[in-house]
Structures are given as structure tokens and as C-alpha cells.
Design a protein around this ligand. Structure first.
Ligand SMILES: *Cc1c(COP(=O)(O)O)cnc(C)c1O
Length: 433
């Protein structure tokens, strides 16, 4: 089909191409003709693997000792920010607004500390087992043993990234003793590259965008049998690493005396790049909460790749550039022009809606959150804040009553941003209109 024919088929494309902020409601939501190839057993397998590694993680990353080596983030309420959102946008939350602080995940300070670290650990476990170094009943703190580092030094791990995935994988792989290459897209921030190089990671820089960095990395890895390429566009392991968050979130909600049920559904707002992080979490949440959870994805107006893939059904067969959209955004973690078809097929039908947000609004939320709650996030991580506003302002009520709902915003990164960079972000946040 030509661009014109696509626009006729999907009139919302007009506004998307004009990079307007839009809300797209998924007509295929929970369509029974779709199903996932993965199951709850796969999520449990991933959770058990992370549990096996907990003694090692607690040992080499002392900041996780408090959580006994589990890499997990706080769930909090943000009453002052909630008030500011209510006042600025003329909305009202019935229940306390929730913030899931993956920005403060230990080790690498972003949502990528889930999937990225998980896939590296899984690969390390496979190699160690192959060489007869370990069995599942052992205490995994011996992964810190020089003998393991010696083994892993013969292997390479490689990944393409806009920044945060590279940080997670680089830090974890270097700690285990692997050689690591991170292929960074043009969007990647300088401080992320510097940090990785300081850990001995081989950083390869590209002038092109994420999809290109990934395919270059993939190509180079294929030529080297000792190299494991972590494929952000197509990795079941990354996806499952993210999915483990859901059961843990359920426990956190319970400890806050929050029950999610038919009358009190949970709406979750997830910033989306290639789709793996929000997709894995959506998969996990549906496995925990079933029909009582509704996941909504947020993308920059200049990089709505997941939305385009789902709306047209073309998944990774089209890019935002095909529609003349730039893929240029300050939200580096979301600067992805072409989505993952693996993720789209796996969970596209479990995403209730997608919306887009302008960079300027990301900064405005950034500043408000800093002023009200003293929480500093990176621009990508603010994309979820516009979700409840978009939904509440939508006149057709999305078929589900949302007035008793709990709204949870997934804050996906920010803890490792250097203070001077953080300060420049804050300065870009316009004082409220
Ligand atoms: C990567 C990233 C996301 C989105 O995850 P994807 O797997 O790319 O969809 C969101 N926020 C931040 C800060 C990220 O680094």
C-alpha cells in the first residue's frame, strides 16, 4: 500500500505524521484470535534463575544486600505530584497515584536492569553448566571465583543500544569477566559511553539510529562463535527478565493494602522504545492480574514505532521514517524507529492503548516531579505521566470504567544521570503554563 492508502485506512495517521499528541485505542484489545507463545511457567523459570543468582548479586553489588540480592525497585505514592497534575490538567484521581521507581533499580538505574542483567546471567549459567562448573543446587556466590572469570574471559557478549541496555549489560558482563562490546546509536548520551568505557567495555559508536546499531552488532557477532549477541529486537530472555517484575509488584501492592479486582482495576502506563521492557512487564502483569489490569504504552511523538506496528499490523515491516517521522527525540531510551515484531506478536493484543507525548511535556513533568517529590528522572522515564491525563480526558470512556481504578506510572530510568546533566534537564522544564 502507498502512504496515501495507509492514511485512508487509518485516519489517525494524519495526526501521527504531523507529530501531534494522540491516543490510539487498540481495536484488537484482548482479541481471542491472538495468543502468546510463552507461559506463566516461563516467567517462573526466570524468577527462579534470578533467585539462584541472588547470593552472587548480593556479594558483588552490596547495594542489593538489603533486598537479599534481588534487583527490585520501590513502589511509592506521590501525593504532591498528583495534586499538581490534578490542578494543571483539571483531572481527579480517586485513589493515590502510584509510581514504580525502576529509575532506582540497583546496579544500572533503569528498567534495563531487569531484562539486560537477566539475559547475561542466564548466558553465564549456561556456560558454567556446560563446563561442569556449577549445578542448580549450588550456592551461586562462587560465580565470583577467579576460575569463573577466567572461563568467561574467553567469551564475548555484544549488544546494540540507545544507552541504558548497554549500561546494564556492560556492567553485568564486565563484573562476571566477559569481554563486552556495546554498539551505541547516535542518540546515546556521552556520559553513558564514558561510564561504560571506564568499566573496560568496548563501545562502538554509530552516526545512525538504534535499528542500525543493532543490525551492525548482530552482523559482527555472527562472525564470532564465542560471542553471544543480546538482540533487543528479538530476545525471549530479555522479555522474560522484564516479566518477573509483575509478581513482585503484586506483593508490593498487597503490602500497601491495595487489592486489584474487578471494581478496582489497575491501569499501568509504560514508556515504550523497541517494546521489550514494557512488553515483558505487560505479559507478566496479565499473568498476575488477568482482566483486571490494563497496560497503556507511551512513545515520543517523533518515535511512535510500536504504535505504528500495531495499528497497521505491519510490526517491524515499517519504520516511523517510512512515514516521514524523524525518530529524533530527547527521550533517548525511546528513540526507536522500528519496533520488535517478536514483542508485538507476543503482547500487542494485551495493550489497551498507546499514546504519544512531546519532548517539551516530558521536561515539564520532569521539573514538576523534581519540585514536588524531589525525584529526578531521565526524560524517557516521564512519558508515563501523561497517560492517566490522556485517558481521563478521553470522551469515549475506553469501555472500562476507570473511576475506581488505581493508576500506576512506570518510571523507567534516571538514577545514574550525572548531576550536571540532570541539572540541564531540569532547566529545560518550562515553568508551568
Ligand atoms: C529502554 C527504555 C525504555 C523502553 O524499553 P524498550 O524495551 O526499549 O521498549 C523506557 N525507558 C527507559 C529509560 C529506557 O531506557
Amino acid at each position: 500500500m502507498t502512504k496515501k492508502q495507509w492514511i485512508e485506512a487509518f485516519p489517525l495517521l494524519n495526526e501521527i505524521i504531523d507529530t501531534k499528541e494522540i491516543l490510539w485505542k487498540n481495536p484488537d484489545y484482548r482479541a481471542e484470535s491472538h495468543s502468546s507463545t510463552l507461559s506463566k511457567a516461563d516467567i517462573e523459570d526466570a524468577a527462579e534463575r534470578l533467585e539462584r543468582f541472588s547470593s552472587y548479586i548480593a556479594k558483588v553489588f552490596p547495594e542489593t544486600a538489603e533486598s537479599a540480592g534481588l534487583i527490585e525497585s520501590p513502589l511509592i505514592t506521590i501525593p504532591k505530584m498528583q495534586k499538581v497534575m490534578e490542578d494543571n490538567y483539571h483531572i481527579k484521581f480517586k485513589n493515590p497515584l502510584l509510581l514504580k521507581c525502576d529509575s532506582h533499580l540497583p546496579i544500572s538505574g533503569s528498567i534495563k536492569a531487569r531484562g539486560g542483567i537477566y539475559e547475561v546471567l542466564k548466558h553465564a549459567e549456561e556456560l558454567a553448566m556446560e563446563h561442569g562448573y556449577i549445578s542448580v543446587t549450588d550456592d551461586y556466590s562462587i560465580f565470583d571465583n577467579p576460575k569463573f572469570k577466567e572461563l568467561f574471559s574467553n567469551y564475548r557478549i555484544s549488544v546494540g543500544s540507545t544507552g541504558n541496555l548497554g549500561l546494564s549489560i556492560g556492567i553485568m558482563s564486565a563484573q562476571l569477566g566477559f569481554q563486552v562490546s556495546v554498539h551505541m546509536s547516535a542518540d546515546a548520551k556521552q556520559w553513558k559511553k564514558d561510564l561504560l568505557r571506564s568499566k573496560g567495555v568496548h563501545v562502538v559508536e554509530y552516526q545512525s539510529d538504534f535499528s542500525n546499531a543493532v543490525s551492525e552488532g548482530r552482523k559482527q557477532a555472527e562472525a564470532d562463535p564465542a560471542c553471544h549477541f543480546i538482540d533487543d529486537e528479538d530476545s525471549k530472555d530479555l522479555f522474560l527478565g522484564y516479566s518477573v517484575a509483575a509478581a513482585r509488584l503484586k506483593k508490593q501492592l498487597k503490602s500497601m493494602n491495595i487489592t486489584i479486582d474487578r471494581e478496582h482495576p489497575l491501569f499501568v502506563y509504560l514508556p515504550c522504545g523497541v517494546g521489550g521492557g514494557p512488553g515483558g512487564i505487560t505479559f507478566g502483569l496479565h499473568s498476575e492480574f488477568g482482566e483486571n489490569v490494563h497496560c497503556i504504552f507511551a512513545e515520543p511523538t517523533n518515535a511512535p514505532s510500536f504504535l505504528l506496528g500495531q495499528m497497521t499490523g505491519l510490526q517491524d515491516k515499517i519504520s516511523v521514517q517510512d512515514f516521514g517521522i524523524s525518530n529524533k527525540t530527547e527521550a533517548d531510551g525511546l528513540a526507536v524507529g522500528r519496533t520488535s515484531s517478536f514483542v508485538g506478536k507476543e503482547i500487542g493484543h494485551l495493550v489497551k492503548a498507546c499514546y504519544t507525548i512531546e519532548d517539551a511535556r516530558l521536561y515539564s513533568f520532569l521539573r514538576d516531579l523534581s519540585d514536588t517529590e524531589n525525584i529526578l528522572l531521565e526524560p524517557s522515564a516521564l512519558a508515563g505521566f501523561y497517560g492517566p491525563i490522556k485517558l481521563m480526558k478521553d470522551t469515549e470512556n475506553l469501555q472500562v470504567k476507570i473511576h475506581n481504578a488505581y493508576h500506576l506510572i512506570w518510571a523507567t530510568g534516571g538514577n545514574m544521570v550525572p548531576p550536571e546533566v540532570q541539572d540541564s534537564y531540569y532547566q529545560k522544564g518550562a515553568v508551568n503554563k
